[in-house]
Design a protein around this ligand. Structure first.
Ligand code: NAD
Length: 367
């Protein structure tokens, strides 16, 4: 059965290595679960620059607009550091986010039991953690005008503007409520309504949207208090929705509660398309890790978990996403670790491919 179309953009550095493992998992779903994806693959970042002189060719952008989901590895690397800003690898990723209008950035913080010791928090605080931060991604202080460094009297002044329209708040709030409906039906909205007008509007609009989701328990928290609560007792949260700036900070804090960069997936969602699927880009949080690229050391789990998010949010295959996450949990419980997850002495790390082998074996065992 064909479940939909997927554009794969492995990118640079460890991107192609971790994506190779995802390709094997996609093949597994085709062979063992009769779930086949219409997969195409293309270039992004430095790899696209090397071939086309641009970090994202127009044809690739067009393809990204047409498919049900895009899965990206990572972009960048020292080879491209001196390129002009307009053709830097990261511009390829930014173009995708902008032209697909991906306004809702989903950053899960999930703690696999076997890795609970990796957290800086006590085990009982972190074990079993499973929260989702929804960060507004395309507006707010990173985009608001006026911005710049201006002369004022005899000194310079740096200016950025926090600006949100009602519709921008409304659409990201709806994405968060929809997610909460699929999860624990609890949503906490974070802003600084005590000191920012944009925060007052944020709170009013989120409260208004809540009327359409009576089953979801909504709470509000000032973002600074939210940061403290995340570090104190993160399990009190299910879904958190917040703006671009606070989301940038809070999602990094929440993610790091759970351990390694090699374990963190993300999704960025846009407006629903005609088939009700939102435009979607899935990618690991980590970069191209040039320090370990080509050595078989990369942890493929962040990229594989990003594919699990695609199964859940783009293809409505939540049970299969659960299966894949459970396979990863099994492999970690067996003690398999890539080099980034080594803590205990005497454990020999597995390679990227061996981690893929182990996850495929656990998937086989799940049948
Ligand atoms: P990075 O995430 O690439 O690496 C940071 C550290 O984490 C490195 O020591 C790396 O070896 C390790 N690491 C990262 N992912 C890992 C994995 N899957 N398995 C094992 N170890 C892993 O960040 P950086 O070093 O700051 O940036 C390197 C390049 O990546 C730069 O060019 C940067 O611009 C780019 N970058 C791209 C993205 C993206 O594509 N979304 C994100 C961040 C950085």
């Amino acid at each position: 059965m064909s479940v939909g179309s997927l554009l794969i953009l492995p990118g640079d550095g460890i991107g192609p290595e971790v994506m190779a493992e995802v390709r094997r998992i996609i093949d597994w779903y085709g062979e063992k679960r009769d779930l086949s994806f219409d997969v195409s693959e293309d270039l992004v970042g430095g790899a696209a620059y090397d071939k086309h002189g641009t970090p994202l060719a127009d044809e690739t952008m067009e393809k990204a607009q047409e498919v049900d989901a895009v899965l990206l590895g990572a972009v960048g690397g020292p080879k491209y550091d001196d390129l002009d800003f307009s053709v830097k690898p990261e511009r390829g990723l930014l173009r995708l986010r902008k032209e697909m209008d991906l306004f809702a950035n989903l950053r899960p913080a999930q703690c696999f039991d076997a890795l609970a010791d990796f957290s800086s928090l006590k085990k009982d605080v972190i074990a079993g953690l499973d929260i989702m931060i929804v960060r507004e991604l395309t507006s707010g202080i990173y985009f608001g005008e006026p911005r710049g460094i201006f002369e004022e009297g005899n000194e310079r002044v740096g200016v950025n503007t926090q600006r949100y329209t009602e519709s921008e708040i409304d659409r990201v709030a709806r994405s968060a409520f929809e997610l909460a409906m699929k999860r624990g039906k609890k949503l906490c909205s974070m802003e600084k309504a005590n000191v920012m007008e944009s925060g007052i509007l944020w709170r009013e609009v989120v409260t208004e949207v809540a009327k359409d989701y009576p089953e979801v328990e909504l709470s509000h928290m000032y973002a600074d208090a939210g940061g403290m609560q995340l570090a104190r007792w993160p399990k009190q949260f299910d879904v958190i929705v917040t703006d671009n700036l606070f989301g940038d900070l809070l999602s990094d804090v929440a993610a790091m509660l759970t351990g390694s960069l090699g374990m963190l997936p993300s999704a960025s969602l846009g407006t629903p398309m005609a088939n009700e699927r939102p435009k979607a880009l899935y990618e690991p949080v980590h970069g191209s890790a040039p320090d370990i690229a080509g050595q078989g050391k990369a942890n493929p789990i962040a990229c594989i978990l990003s594919f699990a998010m695609a199964l859940r949010y783009s293809f409505d295959l939540g049970d299969e996403a659960d299966r894949l996450e459970a396979a990863i949990e099994t492999v970690l419980a067996e003690g398999k670790r890539t080099a980034d997850l080594l803590g205990e002495e005497g454990v020999t790390p597995v390679t990227t491919t061996e981690m893929g082998d182990a996850i495929l074996a656990a998937l086989d065992a799940s049948l």
